[in-house]
Design a binder for this molecule. Structure first.
Ligand SMILES: Nc1nc2c(ncn2[C@@H]2O[C@H](COP(=O)(O)OP(=O)(O)O)[C@@H](O)[C@H]2O)c(=O)[nH]1
Ligand SMILES: Nc1ncnc2c1ncn2[C@@H]1O[C@H](COP(=O)(O)OP(=O)(O)O)[C@@H](O)[C@H]1O
Length: 237
């Protein structure tokens, strides 16, 4: 086949990064999964702004940008967030600018946010947003993880669990659902989703065997595979 620069198919032009949004209940293991999944990858992880106090060991500008309610509100007014939500008494938001810059230069972007914010990203970005809901094996296990992490008072744990029940019922709103039971298996699921979504940007006849395997695996993680009864079982267990 002869080729001419003007005939180069679009997919050979610079690729836009993927926008992957991890969401799910507090304590389900989003942070733990993200760390394993992204280690060694050139992915832009969006550092959120929050009005909550830093926990011991958390670093300003790394784990979060810790701000006053007034500073947060000023950024809301300036339209500086892709999404923002309040969660158990504090505000959290995703600064928009660095995300658009990363996507434009072809870098994948990962957000780790609660469910209401994830719905805002879905409404604003449409199909471009790849929404992944992280599901606990059961509510009992979620409680165990929150208690085991020992970062919250018992009262705050109860608030997080109440919120989790509502969030789990909304799992169908997201494209993929990954159960975080065995950690390695869940990380492998996230990798498959990323590979499969990248492959969607090129014609199928150019897919590698790895792309095909990832696509098959990702298909098993589609949220429509879950019934309401499945979700109810998690909430009640
Ligand atoms: N909407 C939204 N949620 C966020 C953002 N950053 C963090 N969150 C979520 O807010 C919730 C509370 O976060 P945090 O106080 O760090 O508690 P933890 O997730 O239990 O460690 C979690 O579900 C986070 O994923 C953000 O920028 N926007
Ligand atoms: N697959 C898993 N099996 C058992 N414990 C886990 C698993 N994933 C995470 N954890 C533990 O659960 C707790 C909450 O995880 P974390 O990543 O802080 O959750 P999130 O970021 O969703 O709030 C941590 O103590 C973490 O070590």
């Amino acid at each position: 086949m002869t080729s001419h620069p003007s005939a180069i198919p679009l997919h050979h032009a610079a690729r836009r990064g993927l926008l992957i949004v991890m969401t799910g209940a507090s304590g389900v293991g989003k942070g733990t999964l993200r760390e394993q999944w992204l280690t060694g990858q050139d992915v832009f992880y969006s550092t959120s702004w929050t009005t909550r106090e830093a926990r011991p060991g958390e670093r300003d500008g790394v784990d979060y940008v810790f701000v006053t309610p007034a500073a947060f509100e000023a950024k809301v007014m300036a339209d500086g967030f892709l999404e923002h939500a309040s969660f158990v008494g504090n505000s959290y938001g995703t600064p928009i600018e660095p995300i658009e810059a990363a996507l434009s230069r072809g870098q994948d972007v990962v957000l780790e946010i609660e469910v209401e914010g994830a719905m805002q990203v879905k409404a604003r970005m449409g199909d471009e947003a790849i929404l992944v809901f992280i599901m606990p094996p059961s509510l009992t296990e979620l409680r165990r993880r929150l208690e085991g992490r020992a970062t919250e008072t018992p009262e705050r744990i109860e608030k997080r669990l109440a919120r989790a029940r509502e969030e789990i019922r909304e799992a169908h709103e997201f494209r993929f659902v990954v159960v975080n039971d065995d950690l390695d298996r869940a990380v492998e699921g996230l990798r498959a989703i990323q590979t499969a979504e990248r492959a969607r940007q090129i014609p199928e006849n150019e897919w590698t065997p790895e792309d095909r395997a990832a696509r098959l695996r990702a298909d098993t993680l589609r949220s429509y595979a879950l019934s309401d009864a499945d979700l109810q079982r998690v909430v009640e267990s």
